[in-house]
Write a protein that binds this ligand. Structure first.
Ligand SMILES: *[C@@H]1O[C@H](CO)[C@@H](O)[C@H](O)[C@H]1NC(C)=O
Ligand SMILES: *[C@@H]1O[C@H](CO)[C@@H](O)[C@H](O)[C@H]1NC(C)=O
Ligand SMILES: *[C@@H]1O[C@H](CO)[C@@H](O)[C@H](O)[C@H]1NC(C)=O
Ligand SMILES: *[C@@H]1O[C@H](CO)[C@@H](O)[C@H](O)[C@H]1NC(C)=O
Ligand SMILES: *[C@@H]1O[C@H](CO)[C@@H](O)[C@H](O)[C@H]1NC(C)=O
Ligand SMILES: *[C@@H]1O[C@H](CO)[C@@H](O)[C@H](O)[C@H]1NC(C)=O
Ligand SMILES: *[C@@H]1O[C@H](CO)[C@@H](O)[C@H](O)[C@H]1NC(C)=O
Ligand SMILES: *[C@@H]1O[C@H](CO)[C@@H](O)[C@H](O)[C@H]1NC(C)=O
Length: 543
C-alpha cells in the first residue's frame, strides 16, 4: 500500500514538474520500431540472465511516454506467472527490468561485476502494478576523455557489456565517438590533404580524446590505417545496438581544427594557432584552427557532418568542444558569438535538425569566462539547439551562476573522477540534493542528469547513486540507500558490512570541500614520505 501510494505520488508530481520548453527535442528520437526495440531489450535480459530470461515479458509501447518523460510499468501476470515489464522505449524497458532486479530481487550489476542471486520464484507485483516516470527527458553518459582513460582498447565484447550496462541504467543519451577519424580522413582527403599531412595531425589511439578537442596533434602517431578502419566497423555495431535500444547516440561534430599546412592547399584561408595545451609544445600542440569568420570553417563543418550522416546516419545530436582548456584569443563578445555561430552553421547546413552538445568544462576558467563571455557563446545559437553539460555539477555547478545557462537546456552531470584514478571518494550529499535543486529552480532549463567521469571502474557506489536520481523523488535518505546498496552488492544482509559502508558514507563519500582526487594525491600512489604532500602525477619528470 505504502509503495503504491508512493508511485502514485511520483506519477502526479511527474506530470507537473519540469515540463521542458524545447519542442525541437521531439525530433531526437530513435527510428527503431517498437518491435526492434522490444527484441533489443529482451536480448539485454537474455545476455544478463540466460537461465531466467523466460520469466520476464519485456515489451515496448511508445504510447506509454508522458510528454518528454519516460515511463515503465511492472506487474505480475497471473496467467503466465511472468513479470510484465513495459517501457516507452527499449532502454526504458531495460531500465524497468534493472529497477525490478535491484529493488525487488536485491541484485546488483556494475561495470566490474554482478550479483544476480535472483529469488525463485520471482517476487510478485500485484495488479495494477507499479508505474514509474522519469524525472527528466535524458540520462547522459561519458566524458569526452573517457575514451582515452578507459575505453581505448575496448573491443565489441567490452562495448556490448558497456551498452547493456547503459541500458540497465536508463542511459538514453550516450556519447558515440568511435570511428570519427575515418570520417575526418575522408573529408580531408577529399580536400586534397595527403596521408603525410594526416600522419602529422592524428595522434596515436590513446590520445585521441585531446586530439579531438584540438589540444594536441601527432603525439603517439601516426594513427595506423587498421585502427581507423576497425574503429569505424566498431562504431557501426555500437550505433546499431544503441539505436535498436532506442538511445540517441551523440556523434562527433567539427571544431575547426585542421592540419597545420592548410595554407598550402588554401592560400587565402585565415587561420589561428591555439595556445600550447598543458605541457605540450609544437609540433604536438599549438594546433591550427580555421578562423571563425572564414567561410571555410562552416564549409568543413558541413562536409564533416554530411560525411558522418552518409556513413553512420544520425539522430541529430553532435558534440563539439571549442576552447577546452585553451583560452580564446579574444574575450570580445562579438568574437565569441561568432565562434559558436560558425560551429552551429556547419552543423545545420548539413543537418537542419542539428543540436550541438557542449561540455561546460571550459567555463570553469572563470577569470576568462565572465558572465558576458559565457552568455555570448551560449546564446550564439538558437535556444534549444545546444545542450550544455554542467560537467562537474556535484562540486562546481555552473547552472546557478549562469542563470540556468541563459535558457539553453542543460544536463546536471556528476564528473567525480579525473584521470581514472582509483582512490575512494565522492560527494554523496551533493549528488543527493543537486539534481532536484537544479530541476526546481524557477524556469529551470535542466533536461537531464548525467555521469561524466574521465575514467570508469572505480567508486561504483557513486555512479549507482547518481543514476538513481533519474527516477523517483529526491533527495533520498542516504543511510538507508547505502544499506540497500551494500545488501545488493554482496547479496547478503550483514550487520558488519552495513556498519562498514556507513563509515565509508560518512567519511570518504562525504568529501564535500573540493576536488578530492587531484591526479594522484592518493596515499598508495604517492612517494613514501612522513609528510605526504607531493602528488605523483602523469608527467614523467615528476617521477
Ligand atoms: C502481460 O502482457 C501480456 C501481453 O504481452 C498481456 O496479455 C497481459 O494482459 C499482461 N498482464 C498484465 C497483468 O498486465
Ligand atoms: C575482446 O577481448 C577479450 C579480452 O580482453 C576477449 O576475451 C574477447 O574474445 C574479445 N572479443 C572479440 C569480439 O574479439
Ligand atoms: C583537389 O584536387 C582536385 C583534383 O586534382 C582539384 O580539382 C581540386 O581543385 C583540388 N582542390 C583543392 C582545394 O586543392
Ligand atoms: C608554444 O610553445 C612554443 C615553444 O615553447 C613557443 O614558441 C610558442 O610561442 C608557444 N605558443 C603560444 C601560443 O604560447
Ligand atoms: C582573411 O583576413 C583578411 C584580413 O582580415 C581579410 O581581408 C580576408 O578577406 C580574409 N579572408 C577570408 C577568406 O575570409
Ligand atoms: C569587438 O569586435 C567587434 C568586431 O570586430 C568590434 O566592432 C568591437 O569594437 C569589439 N569590441 C570591443 C569591446 O573591443
Ligand atoms: C519565468 O518565465 C516566465 C515566462 O517567460 C517569466 O514571466 C518569469 O519572469 C520567469 N521567472 C523567472 C524567475 O525568471
Ligand atoms: C560537509 O560534510 C560535513 C559532514 O557531513 C558537514 O558537517 C558539512 O556541513 C559539509 N559542508 C558543506 C560545505 O557542505
Amino acid at each position: 500500500m505504502k509503495l503504491l501510494l508512493y508511485f502514485l505520488i511520483i506519477t502526479l508530481v511527474g506530470r507537473n514538474e519540469g515540463n521542458n520548453h524545447f519542442p525541437h527535442f521531439r525530433k531526437l528520437k530513435s527510428r527503431a520500431t517498437a518491435s526492434v526495440q522490444t527484441a533489443a531489450a529482451q536480448d539485454v535480459v537474455r545476455r544478463l540472465i540466460p537461465d531466467r530470461a523466460e520469466e520476464f515479458n519485456i515489451q515496448v509501447d511508445p504510447q506509454l511516454a508522458e510528454g518528454d518523460k519516460d515511463v515503465f510499468t511492472l506487474v505480475t501476470d497471473k496467467v503466465t506467472g511472468k513479470i510484465n515489464i513495459t517501457g516507452n522505449a527499449g532502454v526504458v524497458a531495460t531500465w524497468g527490468f534493472y529497477h525490478f532486479l535491484k529493488f525487488h530481487c536485491g541484485c546488483h550489476v556494475s561495470w566490474g561485476g554482478q550479483q544476480l542471486n535472483i529469488p525463485k520464484p520471482l517476487p510478485v507485483i500485484e495488479a495494477p502494478g507499479h508505474r514509474m516516470v522519469s524525472n527528466d527527458q535524458f540520462r547522459y553518459y561519458e566524458n569526452v576523455c573517457t575514451v582515452s582513460y578507459s575505453f581505448v582498447w575496448y573491443n565489441w565484447t567490452d562495448w556490448e557489456r558497456q551498452i547493456d550496462w547503459m541500458a540497465l541504467n536508463g542511459i538514453n543519451l550516450p556519447l558515440a565517438f568511435n570511428g570519427q577519424e575515418a570520417i575526418m580522413q575522408r573529408v580531408f582527403t577529399n580536400m586534397n590533404f595527403t596521408q603525410k599531412d594526416l600522419d602529422d595531425f592524428f595522434t596515436g589511439p590513446a590520445f585521441l580524446a585531446w586530439f579531438r578537442m584540438g589540444n594536441i596533434q601527432k603525439w603517439g602517431g601516426p594513427l595506423p590505417q587498421s585502427w581507423i578502419n576497425d574503429q569505424l566497423v566498431l562504431q557501426h555495431r555500437i550505433l546499431r545496438r544503441m539505436r535498436s535500444l532506442g538511445m540517441i547516440p551523440v556523434l562527433a561534430g567539427f571544431g575547426g581544427h585542421v592540419p597545420a599546412n592548410i595554407k598550402k592547399l588554401y592560400p587565402n584561408v585565415n587561420v589561428s594557432t591555439l595556445t600550447n595545451w598543458s605541457q605540450f609544445k609544437p609540433p604536438y600542440s599549438g594546433t591550427t584552427i580555421i578562423n571563425f569568420d572564414d567561410p571555410l570553417f562552416a564549409e568543413v563543418g558541413r562536409r564533416f557532418i554530411e560525411e558522418t550522416i552518409k556513413e553512420l546516419g544520425t539522430n541529430h545530436v553532435y558534440a563539439t568542444d571549442l576552447f577546452n582548456e585553451m583560452r580564446p584569443k579574444s574575450s570580445n563578445i562579438t568574437y565569441l558569438k561568432m565562434s559558436g555561430a560558425a560551429i552551429y552553421k556547419g552543423m545545420v547546413s548539413a543537418d537542419p535538425d542539428a543540436v550541438w552538445v557542449m561540455q561546460g568544462w571550459l567555463f570553469q576558467d572563470s577569470s576568462f569566462w565572465k558572465l558576458p563571455q559565457a552568455k555570448a557563446l551560449l546564446t550564439s545559437v538558437p535556444m534549444g539547439r545546444m545542450i550544455v553539460l554542467d560537467l562537474f555539477a556535484e562540486i562546481r555547478p555552473l547552472w546557478q551562476k549562469y542563470d540556468s545557462f541563459f535558457g539553453q537546456p542543460f544536463v546536471w552531470c556528476m564528473l567525480h573522477n579525473y584521470g581514472g584514478t582509483m582512490d575512494l571518494y565522492g560527494d554523496i550529499e551533493s549528488v543527493n540534493v543537486g539534481p532536484s535543486t537544479a530541476r526546481s529552480y524557477p524556469n529551470s532549463s535542466m533536461i537531464g542528469i548525467g555521469i561524466s567521469p574521465e575514467g570508469i571502474n572505480q567508486n561504483y557506489v557513486m555512479y549507482e547513486f547518481m543514476l538513481d536520481q533519474g527516477i523517483g523523488p529526491g533527495p533520498k535518505n542516504i543511510a538507508e540507500w547505502i544499506s540497500g546498496y551494500a545488501k545488493r552488492r554482496y547479496g547478503v544482509e550483514n550487520r558488519y558490512i552495513d556498519i562498514g559502508w556507513q563509515l565509508l558514507r560518512g567519511t570518504v563519500y562525504s568529501c564535500n570541500k573540493t576536488i578530492h582526487d587531484a591526479h594522484g594525491n592518493v596515499v598508495f600512489t604517492g612517494r613514501p614520505h612522513l609528510n605526504m604532500k607531493e602528488a605523483v602525477s602523469f608527467v614523467t619528470n615528476h617521477f
